[in-house]
Design a protein around this ligand. Structure first.
Ligand code: PA5
Length: 429
């Protein structure tokens, strides 16, 4: 990952972080790095995620999915960290040998439409839940399983499970003899993309798991006790410094359609990990160049509470723009869509900088497995570093758990006091 934080630095008429204050922050980065290194080495809860490039066995995942290798489609049934990583990898690397779908929400219309469209007898189903108890995931799986059975498909032959050591999903897998992979010990959902949680669909699609993990390993090797020497920490430190100076919103704007899901994954990582104790940037998903024609107005001229993170691959496929003699259009002819998209990227970056809006540039070499693995790893390391600098509990999600318990309680799935709070809500009308 290549990082440029030049436009996040304070300049004449541009608020941002001064070089002096970054130098001072670098002492804290060095201390945080020590803490992170220790956590990774000892595989402490959460920090263990930053060891995944070394601990994930690609061959084991590939072995587990081998019977499903001829699938036309792969459906991930999971939610949050148990779905977004897989969706991000599949979207970024493309179709490969199978179409990838995700069923995370419990909107009946979406479930009906998806199940009607999928070639069920050729579909591999990956059911993922770390806890094995998440209502949305288990309900969706029961629905998918029934739809397969109704279509005369032996769902036990087409399903692979990834879950924790015990819980209802593990019990279900055992009961039906389903292939079951483990969610690695000490790895929270949103940090699990480089494990079986995020990689099973990619394996079924024939993507290069070794490449993804090699990219992660490069990120791991690049961790260093200075924000100037480690792009991941440079990004995490810059975001933290900008937040302290009022940039409470972080707009992540990839200039590549295949990275649109990455922005969604990043939003979860950032929000669920850092939104604690009244702190944390609000992540916003955007897409270049599309959102230049809408949201950019706000980013450039609206409330001064944001910074923008622009992301792009350095390599793009070719698609020439045909020559034209039409007046006013001839400048486009003979150029390329990728060249135009890059020009849009640079124009946005310059326009934000000129308006005094801090922005950060992240580039990856190409949209391939290795660069993607590195990008995902570096984003996680940036998040962990930011959490250390902020002093928050990066790896927990009490607010999310509250909602899960409340929903289960309301549905009669247990005695949860959170459900009483919902039931006791005062209603005005
Ligand atoms: O990051 C997290 O911890 C959450 O987003 C979880 O991944 C999400 O709530 C799903 O949980 P589970 O994997 O237990 O079904």
């Amino acid at each position: 990952m290549h990082l440029d934080i030049g436009n996040a630095l304070a300049g004449i008429a541009r608020p941002g972080v001064s070089r002096d204050s970054l130098d001072r922050l670098d002492d804290c980065v060095a201390r945080a790095h020590e803490r992170i290194e220790r956590g990774v080495e000892e595989r402490e809860f959460g920090y263990a995620a930053l060891a995944l490039p070394e601990t994930t066995a690609a061959a084991e995942i590939e072995r587990a999915v081998a019977p499903l290798a001829d699938s036309e489609a792969v459906l991930t049934v999971g939610i949050g960290g148990s779905a977004l990583g897989a969706a991000t990898v599949s979207a970024a690397l493309g179709r490969g040998d199978a179409d990838a779908y995700v069923l995370d929400n419990v909107d009946p219309r979406r479930a009906n439409e998806l199940l009607a469209a999928l070639p069920l007898s050729e579909t591999a189903v990956h059911v993922v839940s770390r806890s094995g108890t998440t209502a949305e995931t288990l309900a969706n799986f029961l629905v998918v399983r029934e739809a397969m059975a109704d279509a005369g498909v032996d769902w036990t032959e087409r399903t692979v499970v990834t879950t924790g050591e015990d819980g209802p999903l593990r019990a279900l897998a055992d009961e039906h003899g389903l292939p079951a992979l483990d969610v690695p010990e000490g790895v929270p959902g949103r940090f699990s993309v480089l494990s079986s949680v995020g990689l099973v669909p990619a394996a079924i699609q024939g993507h290069d798991l070794d490449g993804l993990l090699a990219g992660g390993r490069a990120g791991m090797d690049a961790l260093a006790p200075s924000l100037y020497e480690c792009p991941a920490y440079g990004y995490g430190a810059a975001c933290h410094a900008l937040e302290v100076r009022g940039a409470t919103t972080n707009v992540l704007m990839p200039y590549a359609e295949r990275l649109e899901y990455f922005a969604e994954w990043f939003a979860q990582l950032w929000a669920e990990s850092l939104g604690k104790d009244g702190l944390g940037q609000t992540p916003v998903r955007a897409l270049g160049a599309t959102d230049q024609h809408s949201q950019l107005q706000l980013y450039r001229a609206g409330r001064r509470d944001k910074h923008v993170t622009l992301v792009r691959p350095r390599e793009r496929p070719e698609r020439a723009i045909p020559e034209t003699g039409i007046e006013g259009l001839s400048y486009l002819g003979g150029s390329d869509l990728g060249t135009l998209l890059d020009a849009e990227f640079e124009a946005t970056e310059a326009s934000l900088a000129a308006a005094g809006l801090p922005n950060v540039r992240i580039e990856i070499d190409a949209l391939d497995a290795e660069s993607l693995g590195r990008l995902l790893y570096d984003a996680e390391a940036a998040c962990v570093l930011a959490g250390e600098l902020m002093g928050v509990s990066t790896f927990t999600q009490p607010a999310v758990e509250w909602g899960k318990r409340a929903a289960r309680g309301l549905l009669g799935g247990g005695d949860f006091e959170e459900a009483e709070a919902v039931a006791g809500k005062e209603r005005l009308v």
